[in-house]
Design a protein around this ligand. Structure first.
Ligand code: DAH
Length: 341
C-alpha cells in the first residue's frame, strides 16, 4: 500500500522493518510510532482529518494482517494436545452429559417395533442403503428408460451418478436374489426392509424431504392380492392395537401389476376439514410384484407370484400418537422427543 501522507509512509516502512525481528509480532500494534499517528490525528485541521484517519486505519489493518500471517504459521507448527481434559479413570466425568440423559429417537423405536411385528409374522429384516445406483433405483424395478414415472422419484444425485434413494424399493432386486434359494426349498421369500429415503419434496405437515420407509416383499407359489391385504391388515391391527378402517384403490407403480394405494382412516387431529377426501390418509403403496421384477432377479413368474409394499414410517407414527406435524421428528425439540423416552 502506498500512503499519501509522508509521515504515515515513514512509520509504515519503520514498523514493517521492525516486525521481522519481533518475537511477539502483535506488540507492533502498540508501538509508540503508530500511537503518535493517532495523536497527530486529534490535532489535525478538520479538512485533512478524514483522509489521514483512513490511512492510519489502513496501516493498522495492514500490520494486523502481517502479524496474523506470522502467528498462523507459528500455530501450524504447534503440536495438538490429544490428552483427555479429565482423568479417564474417574467414573463421573465432570461436564459431560451421561447416557441416562439420552434416549432412542421415537422413529427408531417405532421402526424396531415394526420389524419386531414382522419378525413374529415370519419375515426376515434387511436394512436399506442410503446411497445407491441407477440400476437398483429404477431399472431393476421395471422403470423403462426415460419413463415419466422416474420424475416422481426426484432425489439427490452425486456428480459420480450415485443416488440418495427415493424409496426402499431399491432393495427389491437384492433381497429377491439373496433369498431365492428359499423358493427352491419350498419356503417363501418374506423380507421387511427398513431404511431412510430422500425426495425433492415441498415440505408441509405431512411431507418431509428425508423420511423413513419400510418395504415388504413376499414371494411363493400361488400368492394373491387377498394375501397382501390380509398381511397388511394383520400388521396394522397389531401396530395400532385396534382394527382400522382401510381401503384399497387402484394406482400405478412400474414395479407392481396390479398396483394399489392403501389408505386408512385419518385421526381427527390430522384432519383439516370434514370432506370425504380428507377422511383418508394414504398410507402406503402396494401391489403384486411385476413379472419383470421377478425375472430380473432370476425368478420364474410363471411359477411364483408375490406381493410388495412400501410404507412411510413417519405416517404410521403420526397416526399412532396423533402428532400434528411431521417436521417435529427432525426438529431436535427436546420437549417433543422426551415425550417418547
Ligand atoms: N416405492 C413406492 C414409493 O415409495 C412405494 C411402493 C409401492 C413400494 C408399491 C412397493 C410397492 O413395494 O409394491 O412410492
Amino acid at each position: 500500500m502506498t500512503y499519501e501522507y509522508p509521515e504515515i509512509a515513514k512509520v509504515a516502512d519503520e514498523l514493517h522493518a521492525k516486525l521481522k525481528d519481533l518475537a511477539d509480532k502483535k506488540s507492533v500494534l502498540r508501538d509508540p510510532a503508530l500511537k503518535s499517528l493517532y495523536e497527530q490525528l486529534k490535532n489535525m485541521p478538520q479538512e485533512h482529518r478524514g483522509s489521514f484517519g483512513k490511512e492510519v486505519n489502513a496501516l493498522r489493518e495492514e500490520l494486523t494482517a502481517a502479524t496474523e500471517i506470522g502467528s498462523a504459521s507459528a500455530n501450524a507448527l504447534q503440536s495438538i494436545d490429544v490428552t483427555a481434559p479429565f482423568d479417564v479413570n474417574v467414573k463421573k466425568k465432570p461436564g459431560l452429559i451421561g447416557p441416562e440423559a439420552g434416549g432412542v429417537h421415537p422413529l427408531m423405536k417405532e421402526q424396531d417395533y415394526i420389524v419386531d411385528i414382522f419378525n413374529r409374522m415370519g419375515f426376515n429384516a434387511v436394512e436399506s442403503r442410503q446411497i445407491d445406483d441407477d440400476y437398483h433405483m429404477f431399472t431393476s424395478v421395471n422403470f423403462p428408460e426415460d419413463h415419466p414415472a422416474r420424475d416422481d422419484y426426484d432425489t439427490f444425485v452425486t456428480s459420480e451418478g450415485l443416488i440418495a434413494p427415493a424409496h426402499t424399493s431399491t432393495m427389491q432386486n437384492r433381497v429377491l436374489k439373496q433369498y431365492k434359494e428359499n423358493l427352491e426349498r419350498g419356503e417363501p421369500i418374506a423380507v421387511v426392509i427398513p431404511g431412510r429415503v430422500y425426495r425433492n419434496e415441498d415440505i408441509d405437515v405431512t411431507h418431509e424431504h428425508t423420511f423413513n420407509q419400510f418395504e415388504g416383499v413376499y414371494v411363493n407359489k400361488g400368492v394373491n392380492v387377498g394375501n397382501l391385504v390380509a398381511t397388511l391388515k394383520a400388521f396394522l391391527s397389531e401396530y395400532f392395537g385396534q382394527e382400522l378402517k382401510a381401503k384399497l384403490q387402484p394406482f400405478y407403480f412400474p414395479f407392481t401389476e396390479p398396483s394399489f394405494e392403501f389408505a386408512i382412516e385419518r385421526p381427527e387431529v390430522l384432519r383439516k376439514g370434514n370432506s370425504e377426501a380428507d377422511m383418508w390418509l394414504e398410507l402406503l403403496g402396494c401391489g403384486m410384484i411385476h413379472p419383470n421384477v421377478l425375472k430380473m432377479a432370476g425368478i420364474d413368474p410363471e411359477i411364483y407370484t408375490g406381493f410388495a409394499w412400501g410404507c412411510g414410517i413417519e405416517r404410521l407414527v403420526l397416526m399412532k400418537y396423533g402428532i400434528e406435524d411431521i417436521r417435529h421428528f427432525e426438529s431436535a425439540k427436546l420437549e417433543f422427543l422426551r415425550q417418547f423416552s
